[in-house]
Every structure is written in structure tokens, then in C-alpha cells.
Design a protein around this ligand. Structure first.
Ligand code: PLP
Length: 419
């Protein structure tokens, strides 16, 4: 890849550190920068005049949750497991917001018993499940605002055709039901999609929420005291991606909300960045194991991970920038296809530039893998999930998630004695 632009905030591990980490901890390994994570969290907290909730689905490594919380973020959790991760990291339940389009009674009961701070209600069935529980925390209704963001369809959630949230036409009915049951309903939420490179779609989502809030006040006397616009800000995966700055993005959304509310309501504002907080703070290190030329001339470079530690290329055709750490000295490069080691055509990166003379034992780091990588990792082909190393602000390197061991990988197995 070409050198980083001046406004490029991605973490890049130096050649020496890459070799050192690979030698000490093996590969594939996720490496996270504490400095970049803290910087991005604190920029959000300064730029957004309300609750910044880190969407832990992006990365629920306990140390990441602890850093986000210590920078002033609350934690958005989308399951009992994510809530347990936050609690394990030392985040109080009160600072967690529970999401999910199909929360079970067990999950809701666990969250309420722990004292979760907010629940974002997604459907009528959930209202009926919640009526059995007490004391209920602040409730928000998730609304599908009918906004179609310009992003990959698998990470678009706010359009009219979606499984998430209440259709706009059903919101009054949901408000009425919550009030009938005496529930502490406080406001509205939406999330339009992910990897948004500007604020346009989220502004449109926020405007829909604002119109609804104003209408609910006028027609039902319901006062919205919480308004949450979800996450979605995109990151630089490759040199071609130019996401707007956190500060500009927050300002545009806040201005749209304030303009729309015309002083009629003054809700607490919430936002839930996931990817934009952690993606650029992480890289993945791999070791090259084989370089071969197929019959059609395509050069394949096989690395020691793939689909199981980063399913995004297979799921979404995601692209990333790569930095090679080759032992050969030359500057000449050629086009190769980087594949994983799985029993699939698990192409990670088709047609990328790599040094001529690349050989087994050389390293490559993939930039911007801090979000939706470790959390999406699997054991396909019985590969242990990678370790995560945190590069501390003072340069120390610490293991914050060990490489999965075969013993723990097989702990769920049980073979009946008479089999
Ligand atoms: C409700 C909600 N909030 C926040 C997020 C985080 O989105 P992102 O990582 O794009 O910021 C998501 C992602 O799916 C989401 O569904």
C-alpha cells in the first residue's frame, strides 16, 4: 500500500514490532492500540452532547470495553453474553444499554436483575415479556425510520424492509401499550446502517425520529426525554475510504436534531459508535505459509488464518489495506491473491500488490481489523481463535485475550459411553 495520508488515523505496527510480536505470540494475532482506541473514544465523548454508547458487538474484548468505559462511554450490548462481557470487564450494569431484535425472557430477566441502565425495545412481544419484570429501567422504542443508507445491504438496518424495530406506523400503538402497562418509556431509537462515510443517512434517520417525537407529543402528550440515533460512522478500510471526521459527523446530526425539535423538546441525545471507535485501532498479523502459481498464472499467497478469524471478505466482499514484512530486500512488486488456510476458496484479498520474492515465514499485517473480526471469529476447520495483544500507551505489549487452546476448544464435547 502507499504511505498513509496525513489525516489517516489507522494503527500500523512497525516492521520490528510485527516481527517481535509474531516471534513471541505466534500468528494469526490481533493487535490493538490503546492510544488510538482512547483517542477515538474521547473524541466522540467530547463531540457528542449526551450518551456515547460503545457498540460492543464491534469488539467485546474485556480490555476494549474497560478502555471505552474509562473514556466516558456507556456500553451497548445486544445479548446476555455481551452484557456478561461488559460486567466481566468491570462496567456497571447501569452503564449498559440492552439491544436485540429477539430478546428472550431469560435475557431480559437477567438484564433487569443486574440493573441494566436502558433497554431498547424492538417489538410488541418484547413489551409483553417486559411487563412481567421489575423494576424496569428506562425504555426506548427502536424505530425503523425507512432510510436506505448507501452501504452494503447486509449492514443496512434502517430501511423500510427490515427485521429491526417498529415500523413508523406502529409506534403510536407501541407507545400506547407501554403507557397502558405503566412502563417507564422515555423515548425513541434508530440505527440506519453501518460504514456510512458521511452523516447524510443518519441525519435522515434522526429527522424521522424528531418528526415522530414532535407528533407523539402533539397527538398523545408523550414527552420524549431520550433520543438515540444509533451507530454507523464508517472507517478507512483502504486508502480510498474517506470517512468524515468524528467532530463534523456529530455536529451535523446534533444540528439536524435541534433544528427539527425547534425547542419543543429537549431530550438526552444518544449515539452508539462501534466500528468507528475500534476498527482503525486494530490490525491482524499473519504468517505466509505458501506461495504458489496456479495453472492460469495467478499467484496465491496462503496465510495461516482466514475465514475463521475474518469472515468479512467472504460475507461482504470487504477490502483492506495490507502491509508486508518480507525478508527479501527488493522493491519490485507483483499482483497476488491472498488466501486463507480453510477448506473453502477463502480468498481474503484478490489482486493485491506484494513484494516479488515473498516466501514462507514472511509476515503480513491487515489494517483496520479492530472491529467485527475477533467477535466474528469461529473454529471452522477446528482452528483455535487468535490471541489479542494490546499495545499500551507506553509501548508495553500485553496479551488481553489468549490464543484459544485445543483443551478449551473441545470442552463442550461428550461422547456417550455406549456409543
Ligand atoms: C443498534 C445498533 N447500534 C450500534 C451499532 C454499531 O454500528 P457501527 O459499528 O456501524 O457503528 C449497530 C450495528 O449493527 C447496531 O445495530
Amino acid at each position: 500500500m502507499s504511505p498513509l495520508a496525513a489525516n489517516d488515523t489507522r494503527f500500523v505496527v512497525s516492521d520490528d514490532l510485527a516481527r517481535d510480536l509474531a516471534a513471541r505470540f505466534g500468528t494469526p494475532t490481533y493487535v490493538l492500540s490503546e492510544r488510538i482506541l482512547r483517542e477515538r473514544a474521547s473524541r466522540f465523548v467530547s463531540a457528542w452532547p449526551g450518551d456515547v454508547s460503545f457498540a460492543s458487538k464491534a469488539n467485546n474484548t474485556w480490555s476494549v470495553l474497560k478502555i471505552a468505559f474509562s473514556e466516558g462511554c456507556s456500553i451497548d450490548v445486544a445479548s446476555e453474553g455481551e452484557l456478561r462481557a461488559a460486567l466481566g470487564a468491570g462496567v456497571p450494569a447501569q452503564a449498559c444499554r440492552l439491544h436485540g431484535n429477539n430478546k428472550s425472557l431469560q435475557e431480559l430477566t437477567f438484564a433487569v436483575n443486574q440493573g441494566v441502565g436502558k433497554i431498547i425495545v424492538d417489538c410488541f412481544e418484547e413489551i409483553e415479556r417486559l411487563k412481567e419484570l421489575s423494576p424496569l429501567p428506562v425504555l426506548l422504542l427502536r424505530v425503523a425510520p425507512g432510510v436506505d443508507p448507501k452501504t452494503h445491504h447486509k449492514i443496512s438496518t434502517g430501511q423500510a424492509d427490515t427485521k429491526f424495530g417498529f415500523a413508523v406506523r406502529d409506534v403510536e400503538k407501541a407507545v400506547a401499550r407501554c403507557r397502558e402497562l405503566g412502563m417507564p418509556l422515555a423515548g425513541l431509537h434508530c440505527h440506519v446502517g453501518s460504514q456510512l462515510l458521511d452523516a447524510e443517512a443518519q441525519v435522515a434517520g434522526a429527522e424521522t425520529l424528531v418528526e415522530l417525537a414532535v407528533r407523539l407529543k402533539k397527538e398523545m402528550g408523550f414527552v420524549t426525554t431520550h433520543l438515540n440515533v444509533g451507530g454507523g460512522l464508517g472507517v478507512r478500510y483502504t486508502n480510498g475510504d474517506e470517512p468524515v471526521a468524528i467532530e463534523d459527523y456529530c455536529r451535523d446530526i446534533v444540528n439536524a436534531i435541534r433544528t427539527g425539535l425547534k425547542g419543543e423538546l429537549d431530550p438526552e441525545l444518544g449515539m452508539e459508535p462501534g466500528r468507528s471507535l475500534v476498527a482503525e485501532a486494530g490490525v491482524t498479523l499473519y504468517t505466509v505459509g505458501a506461495v504458489k502459481t496456479a495453472a492460469n498464472g495467478r499467484v496465491y499467497v496462503a496465510v495461516d488464518g482466514g475465514l475463521s478469524d475474518n469472515p468479512r471478505p467472504a460475507l461482504y466482499g470487504s477490502k483492506y489495506d495490507l502491509v508486508w514484512h518480507a525478508s527479501s530486500q527488493g522493491t519490485a512488486s507483483h499482483t497476488v491473491t491472498v488466501s486463507g488456510k480453510h477448506c473453502e476458496t477463502d480468498t481474503l484479498f484478490p489482486d493485491v500488490q506484494a513484494p516479488v520474492g515473498l516466501q514462507a515465514g514472511d509476515l503480513v499485517q491487515i489494517l483496520s481489523t479492530g472491529a467485527y473480526n475477533s467477535v466474528m471469529a469461529s473454529n471452522y476447520n477446528a482452528l483455535p481463535r487468535p490471541a489479542t495483544i494490546l499495545v499500551r500507551e507506553d509501548g508495553r505489549t500485553q496479551v488481553v485475550q489468549v490464543r484459544e487452546q485445543y483443551e478449551s476448544m473441545f470442552v463442550r464435547e461428550s461422547v456417550p459411553e455406549d456409543l
